[in-house]
Design a protein around this ligand. Structure first.
Ligand SMILES: [Fe+2]
Length: 132
């Protein structure tokens, strides 16, 4: 069963961002599934790498959209992204050997931060882009 679901309250109104958020949640669920064991070390390594890479790619896309549209909140939004990526790498760095309960709890907490960011800052960005 998927742990996180892409629900309508996560929609930002920007098709590219929404599509990528959907993929992001998918990647989170796959990593959590691998964390819960039974999938083997290879799967854990692959899903950890995929999530980190996907977050990098997606944040870069959002930042590009912000720069192209002269988004006024760009600096703060980018600062959040940088810190978020760094913390995600710190949390998942030990995942190649079986992640502990504490590690997965930390990861879940960090995903919660992302969901809140989507519901607030990314929604604000989506509204701005739609008014352009
Ligand atoms: Fe964002």
């Amino acid at each position: 069963m998927a742990k996180y679901e892409f629900t309508s309250n996560l929609l930002t109104g920007n098709a590219i961002i929404d599509k990528e958020h959907r993929e992001l949640i998918d990647a989170v669920n796959k990593l959590l599934e691998a964390c819960s064991g039974g999938k083997g070390a290879e799967q854990l390594k692959a899903t950890t790498k995929f999530l980190n890479d996907y977050v990098d790619k997606h944040f870069a896309h959002e930042e590009q959209l912000q720069q192209q549209s002269s988004y006024p909140n760009y600096t703060a939004h980018k600062a959040f992204h940088e810190k978020y990526k760094q913390t995600l790498r710190e949390i998942t760095s030990g995942f190649s050997d079986a992640p502990s309960f504490a590690d997965t709890t930390k990861l879940n907490g960090h995903i919660g931060v992302l969901i809140t960011h989507i519901k607030t800052e990314d929604k604000r960005l989506g509204e701005f882009l739609n008014k352009k």
